[in-house]
Design a protein around this ligand. Structure first.
Ligand SMILES: Cc1ncc(COP(=O)(O)O)c(C=O)c1O
Length: 453
């Protein structure tokens, strides 16, 4: 019998054999098709979070699946001693469609950002200019490696791992005066997300980004856009910077690029690429045939099947409908985002986890950020009818919570806090996990929730 048929065993093995760094929902998915996932019991879910902005073509997309299968049948890994046709092709496609002249491939967003941080330093090193400092934004998220947690503007990600890598300065987001005040002769680069995804879906103002570009040009500072979450069609353009009319010197990608196959990329100009010489940087798996074949299939499918037009169309529909709901229900505080990266913030009558759990029980998957925001980052192939299914479910939930005593406070009191649960449940290894733990998110959102409480 396959473990896939025994959810109890899956949970047991995870608990006993996996490092417990994620707060898992009580579900395992064994199959997907389009925008839907199926769990071990055969229950169907509408995926409005897309593997956290990864599964841009949904599940089992025929073009992506056949590219991966046919690549796996010929060659999966060769190594960077040799030319790799799929890597060359993907690099060509990325450069053809962007500001960039050169690409470095790796395996994740954090690794792409590490490469960007290293390049920002080595570029000035080879020019014999003493600049190494990188300015990033408060509440940013750039990854989990030692370099990228130092870049990340949230102390909670650094605290257990201190001392942090030096050379990073954090400033309030969307505040040009604060940024100007932080620039000094050691400033090598400014590194930003154009939509801060992990801290609540906050888009950058267009004037802010344009003013930063001007400053960078005037002062000889490199501009790095972390498009790990916003790239590959997510915001209604292939790359989010195209919404701003501002080209960076370095851009990082991951998430959507492989449509679910792990891959990261750092893109830059010929001029800035002079900052890396042979041997300065590398990756065993980076640029492997399998991941690059997936990347080529994703790019080709997005370009040829009008999927980015679909992002804009469905996004307009969702924003319209969410704004209607906002007019109808006071508890929606704000609706933010770009394309199919959307944050819905509630007032304190509704908790993000409570909303997430309600939607989950109705077969809809979203993520919860902090106490009050849910995030949507569905597959880019989402249809209006599927978006309407989500809106209808949200409307139904909000209708039920209107009034002074919300169902969410009832839900909250029905589930004890982690502390209360610990006090009431014997701490044997077989003890059932508190349900509230299970509904926390399994990415950085979980940290927001844990540490905010
Ligand atoms: C903007 C941004 N940068 C970097 C990362 C890190 O990517 P990865 O988890 O692939 O290392 C993330 C992940 O959520 C992200 O959203």
């Amino acid at each position: 019998m396959s473990i896939e048929n025994d959810f109890g065993l899956i949970q047991d093995y995870d608990k006993n054999y996996c490092l417990q760094v994620f707060n898992l929902l009580p579900v395992a998915f064994v199959k997907g098709k389009g925008c839907y996932l199926y769990d071990t019991e055969g229950k169907k879910y509408l995926d409005m979070i897309g593997g956290i902005a990864v599964n841009c073509l949904g599940y089992a997309h025929p073009k992506l699946t056949s590219a991966i299968v046919s690549q796996a049948k010929s060659i999966i890994h060769a190594c960077n001693y040799y030319h790799i046709p799929q890597k060359s092709e993907l690099a060509y496609r990325l450069c053809r469609g962007s500001f960039a002249d050169k690409v470095f491939f790796c395996n994740s967003g954090a690794e792409a950002n590490e490469a960007a941080i290293k390049l920002a330093r080595s570029y000035f090193y080879y020019k014999d200019v003493d600049k190494y400092e990188i300015i990033t934004a408060d509440m940013s998220f750039h990854g989990r490696t030692m370099g990228t947690i130092a870049a990340t503007g949230q102390a909670k990600f650094q605290r257990p791992f201190e001392p942090a890598l030096p050379g990073f300065v954090h400033v309030p987001y969307n505040d040009i005066d604060a940024l100007i005040g932080a620039i000094n002769p050691k400033t090598a680069a400014i590194m930003l997300e154009l939509v801060q995804g992990e801290s609540g879906v906050h888009p950058a103002d267009i004037e802010y980004i344009q003013a930063i570009k001007k400053l960078c040009v005037e002062k000889g500072i490199l501009l790095i856009f972390d498009e790990v979450q916003t790239g590959i069609g997510r915001t209604g353009k292939m790359f989010c910077y195209q919404n701003y009319g501002v080209k960076p010197d370095i851009m990082t990608l991951a998430k959507g690029l492989g449509g679910g196959v792990p891959i990261g990329a750092m893109l830059t100009t010929d001029e800035v690429a002079t900052g890396m010489k042979p041997g300065d940087h590398g990756s065993t798996f980076g640029g492997n045939p399998l991941a690059c074949a997936a990347g080529v299939a994703v790019m080709e499918t997005l370009e040829n099947e009008g999927i980015i037009d679909n992002v804009r169309e469905v996004s307009d529909y969702i924003f319209d409908k969410l704004n209607d709901l906002r007019a109808k229900y006071n508890c929606i505080r704000s609706v933010r985002g770009k394309g199919l990266l959307i944050g819905i913030e509630f007032d304190d009558t509704i908790t993000a986890q409570g909303m997430r759990e309600q939607l989950f029980s109705m077969g809809i998957l979203v993520s919860a950020i902090g106490k009050s925001t849910i995030r949507l980052a569905p597959p880019l192939i989402l249809t209006k009818a599927q978006a309407a299914q989500f809106i209808k479910a949200l409307d139904k939930i909000l209708k039920s919570v209107q009034g002074p005593k919300s169902v969410f406070s009832k839900i909250k009191s029905a589930f004890p806090s982690k502390k209360q649960a610990k006090e009431s449940v014997p701490s044997t290894s077989g003890a059932k996990i508190d349900k509230l733990d299970q509904v926390l998110t399994n990415d950085s959102d979980a940290d927001n929730i844990k540490k905010d409480n």
